[in-house]
Design a protein around this ligand. Structure first.
Ligand code: FMN
Length: 390
């Protein structure tokens, strides 16, 4: 499976084309809209999220509530487009006198793609860069992830993203028995955090940062349970599932690190404190007594829950301006803000859930047959059975 997205932040719409989604999968716009709404929640989001109430239109690949096996086209309109038709229109400009349209962005914001993108593509107007590099694009990545989650659900796999840390405040109760329990504890949290006390402190930290014209980042975690063992492979670098998951997390705007299981902490511990001992019983077959390595060994699933984490830097657009240089005058200036979130970590947990879901679903379909969901489901179950009897 693979997908491409297109669209600018203030263009008419965002589009995703999903290829390789198996036929026979139940899929409705509501399945996707539920996740789009989850992405828009969270304490610390700015005004844009109030303007955009994202809804998907399925424009190809689905008929009467079932996927056809053909490419799926997903469209999310930008409600704000009506105010940007001139500035962001695709047609050549006739009225070059319009001062608003002529106004070019020549001041790159630190921490954004603005300057590097302008140098790379030769854009003197950096709007050409920031419109696409904006995290607005994660909307359709969440839509693609919602489709992937339908594949996972058919195969008995549950997945959820949640927040472990914001601005240095950590969730003190990160342990939970199941993904369902995790969802129950985080879904109504304004910061998508399982620890209610920490959540209150996180919100205070977000408010404090906002008051100071600053921003804060944090750490998110994605947990997926029910993956059959042996998905992914050790035989080639580009078939290792842990690498694909890490790459997907790192591809989210503002993410600066990814880890599987205890991740970087493993470098501070003895081997005996890190590795998960193998056990067997008649009912479960093989299992690990602990799950510090996050359900992945040798680039393959172990059958234990997948645990993947990512760190998001503080949002770079600050009300407290940072120094930059105007590319036309070469004069220094203080980067002023457009409207911005002060913390988007709760939303980023939903994006992380989506991109990991995509990688898991892609690995499942690659391994268990790409054409029909019923066959994939059956093959995945056979794999679980074979592993139990091995
Ligand atoms: N950056 C901003 O400056 N303002 C925002 O409102 C904003 N919202 C974001 C929302 C989400 C869900 C995510 C994942 C990121 C957001 N970002 C925001 C981060 C930037 O998009 C990101 O830092 C920028 O594209 C540069 O990419 P890089 O940080 O990966 O190098």
């Amino acid at each position: 499976m693979r997908y491409l997205t297109s669209g600018e932040s203030h263009g008419p719409q965002l589009t995703a084309i999903l290829e390789g989604v198996p036929a026979g999968l139940s899929l409705t716009a509501e399945d996707i809209n539920a996740d789009l709404a989850r992405r828009q929640k969270g304490h610390g989001r700015g005004r844009r999220m109030q303007i955009e109430k994202d809804r998907v239109e399925i424009a190809g690949g689905v008929r009467h509530g079932k996927t056809l096996g053909s490419p799926i086209a997903l469209i999310v309109e930008n409600k704000d487009w009506k105010h940007w038709t001139k500035i962001m229109g695709a047609e050549p400009l006739e009225d070059m006198e319009d001062s608003e349209v002529k106004r070019q962005i020549s001041r790159p914001r630190p921490g954004h793609a603005d300057l590097n993108g302008a140098i790379k593509y030769g854009h003197r107007d950096m709007r050409n860069v920031l419109e696409r590099s904006s995290a607005r694009e994660t909307t359709v990545r969440v839509a693609a992830g919602a489709v992937a989650k339908r594949i996972l659900a058919e195969c008995g796999i549950k997945i959820a993203g949640h927040v472990l840390e914001i601005g240095g405040i950590r969730s003190e109760h990160p342990s939970f028995e199941s993904v369902d329990e995790l969802i129950g504890r985080t879904e109504d949290s304004p910061v998508r955090c399982a620890d209610e006390k920490a959540a209150v402190k996180m919100m205070e930290a977000i408010d404090e940062a906002k008051k100071n014209g600053d921003s804060i980042g944090g750490i998110v975690e994605v947990v997926a349970e029910g993956m059959p063992p042996g998905v992914g492979s050790y035989v080639h670098y580009d078939r290792k599932l842990d690498a694909k998951i890490a790459g997907a997390i790192m591809s989210i705007n503002a993410f600066k690190g990814a880890e599987i299981g205890i991740g970087f902490e493993a470098g501070r511990l003895f081997g005996s404190e890190v590795h998960d001992e193998i056990a067997w019983d008649r009912e479960r077959g093989y299992y690990r007594k602990t799950n510090r390595l996050g359900g992945l060994e040798g680039g393959m699933t172990t059958g234990m829950p997948i645990i993947a984490r990512g760190v998001m830097k503080p949002i770079p657009t600050l009300y407290k301006p940072l120094q930059s240089v105007d590319i036309e005058t070469k004069e220094p200036f203080s980067a002023s803000i457009e409207r911005s979130d002060s913390c988007a970590v709760p939303a980023a947990a939903v994006v992380a859930e989506a991109v990991v879901a995509w990688e898991l679903a892609a690995a499942i379909t690659e391994q268990f047959g790409q054409d029909r969901i019923d066959q994939i489901r059956e093959n995945a179950e056979n794999m679980r059975q074979r592993a139990r009897e091995f």
